[in-house]
Ligand binder design. Structure first.
Ligand code: MN
Length: 290
């Protein structure tokens, strides 16, 4: 039986009333394959909307998967993209990128998952780029479906760019699905809505069940879930604020350059305006961890 992980609640700091449910990292679960960060917010009524001003990333890919609502993404490589439900938004930060996100008026609710993938050593210093995929492969299991937004599941392969073997899929469950999992991956299943069980254990909305390498997954009930998985990511990393590096001094250098707004973070125009300064570093040396 898998470990069931309850998210911790965090407040988004920037001009927002949105409560974030963070499944990992937390002491009970650090990562799943190269998936190192999972926030889930909403469904929330759009009152003020969500605005996240320009901020940087390094050494990772951000994956934004909306369930409801519209957001606008802008970034320092010139992308302007409306993020819509069931379309993949993938930003490969590589050596460094900055972006902002603003929810758009119209839809009554805002609901999305935001995830990070750690880039392996071979890719973490590449030039940044952004991609958007509206056409994604679907696997059907009777009346249930899996939309594979990144990586691969069974015969379905997403067109999104990945750098380690992994999977990310939205499961729309109505009945039972026996997932064709890769037996060299560890997996997690986050219940987004409805009433679902995994391998016979009920998993509540917002909870995630972690399945070690080689464990099968039979999902049953009626609801929506996210399947995440990957080969165990063996590199030791330092995650601090919006950066993923390999040691303390890299983080210190990125933080200083960002707070000085050096040229490499190329500015861009958006409707939020301004940028989010990096906070103070803790008074200890950041240690790489597995
Ligand atoms: Mn971001």
């Amino acid at each position: 039986m898998g470990l069931i992980v309850t998210p911790r609640l965090v407040k988004l700091t920037t001009r927002s009333e949105v409560d974030i449910k963070r499944s990992f990292p937390q002491p009970a679960l650090r990562r799943i394959g190269a998936w190192v960060f999972l926030d889930h917010f909403g469904p929330t009524k759009q009152v003020e909307g969500m605005m996240v001003a320009r901020h940087p990333h390094t050494g990772l890919q951000t994956v934004t998967w909306p369930f409801a609502g519209l957001m606008e993404h802008r970034d320092s490589v010139g992308s302007v993209q409306t993020l819509r439900p069931s379309e993949l938004n993938l930003m490969t930060a590589g050596r460094g990128i900055s972006h902002s996100e603003i929810s758009q008026p119209g839809p009554a609710f805002l609901h999305a998952a935001q995830l990070w993938l750690a880039l392996p050593e071979s890719a973490r210093n590449i030039e940044p780029f952004f991609e958007h995929h509206g056409q994604l492969p679907v696997l059907e299991f009777g009346s249930s479906v899996a939309k594979v937004f990144i990586g691969s599941l069974g015969s379905a392969v997403s067109p999104a760019t990945v750098f380690t073997p992994l999977v990310g899929a939205e499961l729309q469950v109505s009945g039972e699905m026996e997932l064709p999992l890769n037996d060299s991956f560890e997996h997690g299943i986050l219940v987004v809505s409805g009433e679902l069980s995994v391998n016979g254990s009920a998993v509540g909305v917002d909870d995630l069940i972690y399945l070690p390498v080689g464990e099968a997954a039979q999902v049953s009930g009626n609801g929506v879930a996210l399947l995440l998985g990957g080969e165990p990511f063996k590199e030791h990393i330092v995650m601090w604020w919006n950066f993923i590096g390999r040691n303390h001094s890299e983080i210190v250098a990125w933080r200083e350059k960002w707070n000085q707004q050096t040229e490499e973070w190329a500015d861009f125009e958006d409707r939020v305006g301004g940028w989010i300064p990096a906070p103070n570093l803790p008074n200890v040396t950041l240690q790489p961890r597995s």
